[in-house]
Design a protein. Structure first.
Length: 116
């Protein structure tokens, strides 16, 4: 679990922390905010873009739909974490270690609840 200031983009945090250390055997599903992730992780999947001149084919639309169905699971988990207000607002305490411990506890509770 990595922490960063709220204004820092997720992809920048990824590149600065674990970008090259993630095994390529692990598939990684990302959104369009992670364009260029193929340079860091060859087994990554991002949605395909369409434009005015290049409309998506039925096969490309099906790919995007399958990817969105996999990604929605983690988006729901992120929403459940935000219910605890730990990720929603800046942490103002002087003890940053407490924030990390709280986040790990909350994630553990959510994982336990998902498995039960």
């Amino acid at each position: 679990m990595q922490e960063a200031k709220g204004g820092e983009h997720d992809f920048k945090v990824y590149k600065d922390t674990i970008g090259k250390s993630v095994s390529n055997s692990i598939p990684l599903d990302a959104d369009l905010g992670y364009l260029g992730i193929e340079k860091y992780h060859s087994n990554s999947f991002i949605p395909l873009n369409s434009s005015k001149k290049h409309q998506l084919t039925a096969r490309e639309k099906a790919y995007n739909k399958r990817l969105a169905r996999r990604r929605v699971i983690i988006e729901h988990v992120n929403g459940r974490i935000k219910v605890f207000k730990c990720m929603s607002y800046p942490y103002w305490s002087h003890y940053c270690n407490r924030h990390s411990v709280r986040m790990k506890l909350i994630c553990g509770i959510i994982n336990y609840d998902r498995l039960a």
